[in-house]
Design a protein around this ligand. Structure first.
Ligand SMILES: [Zn+2]
Ligand SMILES: [Zn+2]
Ligand SMILES: [Zn+2]
Length: 798
């Protein structure tokens, strides 16, 4: 295995848990504000009275803080109670000056710093880092034009203006001018050219400006590439095909969607069969927010997100009432992923349809989204019945982003359209480093000064297509910012495609342990300094000891980390197969808790889930350790518990068992906690959370026929309690990272539990908690290491 240098300069040695005096944190300081809201607002917000507006709004709500104007946007920080801050956030968009237009509003919460009064700070000139804007949803004025029969853009699906339209998906290089976009092949007509040249016009210097005379056009294709219809006819025929239950591949902004009528059971079944996607929930495009309200409950924050210029898929709660949707859209799922139309094409199509459609990425499962119509003929053959295409090339694939509101804040779970490639702003200058990310949900990150540009979601690097997309994104992000990184950071796992790439292009890439990267990413986006305790819970990541980690408590210091505690490891019979079959984890957990004779007792769900012959093989594997690596993975503990309770034995998609446990648990108010043990560190081993008493508790509950909802809830309560126990011993601020914290119940229970103990706790907001956030952590780790090496050299010189 690699030496200490490989994961940030410290050995993953014995963890020591300090005692808990520091855990009484500032938030107990009587009258001090509850939180600080940080915002970066971009768009037509400069020179339009935006700062005085912010000042008045803050004063009205009694908030302290400041606003300033920089080359990178308008920055706002306000402090106050959570309720007031949420009101502020909602009212900025609702009440902004009529002449202003917001193209992007990023918000996140941080600790209060004790501002007094509110000030309009001096504008910062500074370096004009050209910022590539994300693709922005259609603005109200463009929407009005395409719906107005008197307007020359009536029904034109590629209408845009300086406030909205494609950006990142069409920009080849900077500066942002039409010849450097994929619009270069369209010559503006006289009328468009006049708008483009008129400083008083909304389309002044709107690079993708176009109209029905001069711009891109629609075509409807059969799957052998024959042109069936043009322009408005193509749109109408595509709509009627969807209405008839066909699957239509629609070329949109950042790639193809596959669209089908979400009410049509047979159509949804066809899509599932052809896309090889058995049960994983599909996202929906719904004609309007009002229509969404018929199916789902929305909080004000969720509604804001749906209507925002970023226009992501938002995960929201379904109503219990009767639904018009086919149940196979999101089987058994109390949540729905919904979005509203965000380009003129989608607005026009959804108006023709008037009902919700599935809008899922145009690809086979796990491949990157398809962006080119000729390629689509090949890649979507056998899936789509028809293709609705256009001749504006998509330079970069950009998927729909996915956001969930958690503990009263946004959490971006997939960062792509509307967000990429906006930077994450750090508190300190970074050396120029490229992080190539992990293996699943891959993204890459490029550090330039205080900004880290996080790429759009690339996906799982399983296929040739994904690897090619990965290399394309690396090249194009570096070109866009003319960056020549002086170091390259990658995962410690030797066989990730991303690691192999790093080894190929760099002599000595900096290898960063997976969970360390998770935690550093979370610290960076929340502006938290070491020392801190990172809770990194996910499916798997390569540990420096060569075992599979995934239920980790890492104590972060200035130079690196120590593994303070972990979940008790269990064996994965069949390795990868155990990830797809929770029953294998169930059996393994049973063997750990009760010994081998328990594996004959078929009152236990995992035992019953196998035929005797299958079980014999699995038990043999466990006994002899054949292809049965040990892992401390929290994800696998979720799988084991899902199997023990009897709710899920074989997963149809990644994370299914954990999601189903969450869905069950939210239906229960049970406050029970199962027993567990925290064994202090002995010798070189980290402290260990022993879940075997919990397994016994679950089995006892199963035996007395306790409701599965209650068991699932108690399991979540127990996890929060486990984290609280380790955190109390460490006495440090806590960061929650890793895919397990996409689970809203787990996150909210843990946050509440730690706050009750007056322990500061942070979680992800702008950067995904899953492996989509790893690249950010990698560049931070690499920067730390470069700094250490620098100071070591300096010491030598002295
Ligand atoms: Zn517009
Ligand atoms: Zn024109
Ligand atoms: Zn991970």
């Amino acid at each position: 295995m690699s030496g200490p240098k490989a994961y940030g300069g410290a050995r993953a040695k014995r963890g020591s848990l300090a005692t808990a005096d520091q855990s009484v944190m500032e938030n107990a300081r009587g009258q001090s504000p509850a939180a600080r809201l940080k915002m970066v607002i971009r768009g037509a917000v400069q020179g339009v009275g935006f700062r005085p507006f912010i000042y008045r709004l803050a004063a009205e709500l009694g908030l302290n803080g400041w606003v300033n104007n920089t080359a990178r946007g308008v920055f706002v920080e306000v402090e106050g109670t959570r309720e007031k801050l949420e009101q502020f956030l909602l009212r900025v968009e609702r009440e902004k000056p009529a002449i202003s237009f917001i193209q992007s509003l990023e918000s996140s919460f941080a600790d209060p710093v004790g501002y007094v009064g509110f000030e309009i700070r001096k504008s910062e000139g500074g370096e004009k880092t050209a910022l590539v804007m994300p693709d922005v949803a259609t603005c109200p004025e463009c929407l009005r034009e395409i719906l107005d029969p008197e307007n020359r853009r009536f029904g034109y699906p590629f209408t845009n203006c300086t406030n909205c339209g494609p950006r990142y998906s069409i920009i080849e290089s900077l500066p942002y001018d039409r010849p450097r976009t994929t619009m270069k092949k369209f010559t503006m007509c006289a009328e468009c050219a006049r708008e483009y040249a008129d400083p008083a016009n909304r389309r002044f210097h709107a690079q993708p400006n176009a109209c029905p005379e001069c711009g891109p056009q629609l075509q409807l294709w059969s799957m052998d590439g024959a042109v069936l219809a043009l322009k408005i006819d193509a749109l109408e025929e595509a709509a009627s095909a969807i209405r008839q239950g066909m699957i239509v591949g629609v070329k949109g902004l950042g790639g193809f969607h596959l669209m089908v009528d979400a009410r049509n059971k047979q159509a949804v079944r066809n899509l599932r069969e052809r896309k090889h996607r058995e049960e994983k929930p599909f996202a929906l495009m719904v004609p309007s927010v009002e229509e969404i309200l018929r199916e789902c409950e929305l909080t004000p924050l969720e509604e804001r997100l749906l209507r925002s210029p970023e226009s992501p898929i938002v995960l929201v709660r379904r109503r219990d009432s009767v639904s018009q949707l086919a149940s196979s859209v999101a089987p058994g799922n109390p949540m729905l992923g919904v979005m509203v139309p965000y380009t003129p094409l989608h607005h026009l199509l959804m108006r023709l349809l008037g009902f919700p459609v599935i809008a899922t990425s145009g690809n086979l499962s796990d491949e990157p989204i398809c962006t080119d119509e000729v390629e689509a003929l090949e890649r979507l053959r056998g899936i789509a019945d028809l293709l609705l295409v256009h001749d504006r090339p998509i330079l970069r694939h950009v998927d729909d982003s996915i956001v969930r509101v958690m503990a009263g804040r946004e959490m971006v779970m997939r960062r792509a359209r509307g967000f990429a490639p906006l930077p994450v702003m750090l508190d300190e200058e970074m050396p120029s480093v490229l992080g190539v990310g992990a293996h699943q949900k891959n993204t890459i990150a490029l550090a330039v000064g205080r900004q880290v540009f996080l790429s759009q979601h690339i996906g799982d690097l399983e296929t040739e297509q994904a690897s090619a997309a990965f290399e394309r994104v690396i090249e194009s992000l570096q070109n866009l910012y003319e960056a020549k990184p002086k170091a390259l950071a990658c995962d410690l796992h030797p066989n990730y495609i991303s690691t192999e790439y790093a080894d190929r292009v760099s002599k000595n890439p900096i290898r960063v342990q997976h969970h360390y990267a998770h935690v550093l990413g979370c610290m960076a986006e929340n502006g938290v300094k070491a020392p801190a305790l990172g809770v990194a819970w996910d499916g798997s990541g390569w540990g420096p000891d060569g075992t599979v980690w995934g239920g980790e408590f890492l104590k972060i210091d200035e130079c690196g980390f120590t593994r303070a505690a972990r979940l008790r490891p269990m064996q994965l019979a069949g390795s990868e197969r155990a990830v797809r079959e929770p029953r294998r984890c169930g059996l393994s957990a049973l063997r750990e808790a009760l010994g081998e004779q328990a594996l004959e007792r078929d009152e236990f769900h995992p035992v019953r889930a196998f035929t005797p012959a299958e079980r014999k093989i699995v038990v043999q594997m466990l006994r002899q350790g054949l292809n049965s690596p040990w892992t401390s993975s929290a994800g696998r503990l979720f799988d084991a518990v899902a199997s023990l309770i009897g709710i899920h034995q074989i997963a149809r998609y990644e994370g299914q068992a954990a999601m189903e446990l969450e869905w069950l648990a939210v239906r229960s108010n049970d406050e029970g906690v199962y027993n567990f043990a925290l064994r202090a560190d002995v010798g070189d081993a980290p402290a260990e959370l022993d879940w075997r008493p919990m397994v016994c508790g679950i089995l006892a509950d199963v035996e007395r026929n306790a409701p599965p909802e209650a068991m699932a809830k108690r399991f979540h309560n127990t996890l929060a309690e486990m984290i609280a126990r380790v955190a109390a011993a460490a006495g440090l601020p806590v960061l929650l990272s890793g895919g397990c914290f996409q689970n809203r119940l787990l996150t909210e229970l843990t946050v509440a539990r730690l706050e009750a103990d007056c322990i500061k706790v942070y979680w992800h907001q702008r950067v995904p908690p899953n492996d989509g956030g790893i690249a950010l952590g990698q560049v931070v780790a690499a920067a730390r290491q470069l700094r250490l090496e620098e100071s070591a050299r300096e010491r030598k010189c002295v």
